[in-house]
Design a protein around this ligand. Structure first.
Ligand SMILES: Cc1ncc(COP(=O)(O)O)c(C=O)c1O
Length: 525
């Protein structure tokens, strides 16, 4: 390697340029609680209050001492981090603990089996694969029955016990056929061609507009943002999206995807062709609160419609709790607060306590196919370091009769009050404040007609949200970002440790931003 390339920026260099143009090119050297530290020009540490919270991964804050101690003990004890394909009582204890909490919140006792993963998208893809395996095996069972029915009918025709119905012959018969055997062959060729076409169709997923479920090859197709999705559309099964406030459209959408195989029945000496429905919709993906789509809560009424439609079409629901779940909104499952019940749950982010990279997918016994465990694996999933840390996270959430959940609600309400007051004071600048618990968003109005030419100019680039975050960082030492697919909405997902002082700092900073946006001479550069 020549010395020039050693000096060059090689780790996602384009991104580094984007960060720099938005004024977000800070490097952090230390972190604790809600604070990240960066170095100033004379090497002193500058504390920055972190409202981005690792995109919602830091419910217990950066380097939480209890979690750090747990990690340290594991390393000191030389736990086997990687002992794949062996028994793992820690993972089992984690799965049992997840079940205890989920059962309590859902009021059920049906077991949920756990598959572990390394990231949110990987857990989503495990759910996609598990749901597809279930669908494929159901389709195969129908196809096998059809094959057996055809053989049974063939014998009946051959033995002179049955004749091909005229309408079946009219549908498929082309060449002259002298015998009933010939007619039967023509009909079964037609059936085979139709069924092959149906069986070759890819499955489809259902999802809501604005939803985000990851950026890997499969999960990105379930994420609504077209920029992320469309370049890779050829790589995986696709989703049909319905507006998040029109979930009743799911029924009509699923009907359009209906899959039908043709079968034969022998009745009263006549062979008839009948239709057999096969599942084409693999699963419905839903976030109880859309995170990257701009912090939009799913209403209880819409959740009920989703539940009813999915039950009617026998479509499993995958509840994506990756960002909203694990206590952030005041309950372990944000979906339990709106009465939504999943066949699958996916968790990641805060499950690793801000230290480990871990994720889990739960699937209800009634939907589970045990064969999945022999078909799916991941080298680093279910390892001996991350599972005890995740177990520690659950213990911390559940401690003192769920003090953490109450704290999320209470701290979230305090933050919400501050954001609501800003909206009330700057109604021409702030369009909306949304969310629940410690998952809040503040949406700015479109600034393309702002009083200030400088603000208008930045708004025209589409990067205003990021530039405002750069301003918050430079002027106020506050860190946050826009949500990825709704860039006029700033996200606030701090830890449970959020203090009134930190809320006050944010309040001052956001009021300054609102003042700048409203000022004809305002500039955010
Ligand atoms: C709701 C939701 N699902 C899935 C993901 C993907 O998780 P990861 O980035 O760990 O792959 C995210 C990440 O932001 C998310 O918010």
């Amino acid at each position: 390697m020549n010395s020039e390339s050693v000096q060059a920026e090689l780790a996602e260099p384009y991104l580094a340029g984007v960060l720099s143009s938005a004024g977000l090119d800070a490097e952090y050297v230390r972190a604790e609680g809600n604070t990240l530290y960066r170095r100033g020009p004379d090497e002193q540490e500058i504390p920055v209050i972190d409202f981005a919270g690792g995109y919602g991964s830091l419910l217990f804050g950066h380097n939480n001492p209890e979690i750090v101690d747990c990690a340290r003990r594991l390393l000191d004890d030389r736990v086997p981090v990687h002992a794949q394909f062996s028994l793992h009582s820690g993972a089992n204890e984690l799965a049992r603990s997840l079940n205890r909490i989920v059962h309590r919140e859902l009021g059920t006792t049906e077991p949920y089996f756990a598959i572990f993963a390394n990231s949110g998208a990987e857990a989503v893809e495990a759910a996609m694969k598990c749901a597809e395996l279930d669908r494929v095996l159901k389709v195969k069972a129908v196809a096998d029955e059809i094959a057996a029915n055809i053989e049974h009918a063939r014998s009946a025709v051959h033995d002179g016990l049955a004749e091909v119905a005229d309408d079946a012959w009219a549908r498929f018969g082309h060449a002259p056929a002298n015998t009933q055997d010939d007619r039967f062959d023509a009909v079964t060729h037609g059936i085979a061609a139709h069924n092959a076409g149906q069986l070759a169709r890819p499955p489809v997923f259902l999802a809501l507009e604005g939803g985000f479920h990851g950026k890997l090859v499969g999960s990105v197709q379930l994420s609504h943002n077209e920029d992320y999705r469309s370049p890779f559309a050829a790589l995986a099964a696709s989703a049909r999206f319905v507006p998040r406030d029109r979930p009743e459209m799911l029924k009509q959408t699923a009907d359009q995807e209906r899959g039908v195989l043709l079968d034969v029945v022998v009745h009263g000496g006549v062979v008839r062709v009948v239709e057999r429905e096969i599942p084409m919709v693999c699963a419905m993906l839903v976030e109880p609160i859309q995170g990257e789509g701009g912090i939009h809560e799913l209403s209880r009424a819409d959740a009920e419609v989703i539940q009813q439609v999915c039950a009617a079409i026998d479509c499993p629901i995958v509840v994506d709790e990756i960002q909203a779940g694990l206590g952030r909104t005041g309950a372990f499952l944000a979906s339990s607060q709106i009465g939504l019940r999943g066949d699958y749950y996916v968790f990641a982010k805060s499950l690793g306590g801000g230290i480990a990279k871990t994720a889990a997918m739960l699937v209800r016994e009634g939907r589970y196919r045990r064969e999945f465990e022999m078909l799916h694996s991941s080298t680093f999933a279910k390892d001996g370091f991350s599972t005890p840390i995740a177990l520690k996270v659950l213990a911390m959430l559940e401690a003192e009769e769920g003090k953490a959940y109450r704290l999320a609600e209470e701290r979230g309400a305090a933050l919400r009050r501050a954001l609501d007051a800003i909206q009330a004071d700057f109604p021409d600048v702030v369009k909306d404040v949304r969310g629940r618990g410690l998952m809040l968003g503040l949406e700015f109005r479109d600034q393309s007609a702002a009083a200030s030419p400088a603000v208008r100019e930045v708004a025209a680039t589409g990067f205003l949200g990021y530039v405002l975050c750069g301003y918050l960082l430079r002027r106020h030492d506050i860190r946050t970002f826009p949500t990825a697919s709704a860039v006029h909405t700033l996200r606030f997902e701090p830890s449970l440790l959020l203090t009134d002082g930190e809320i006050h700092r944010l309040d001052t900073a956001l009021r300054d931003v609102c003042g700048v946006l409203a000022d004809p001479a305002g500039t955010v550069a």
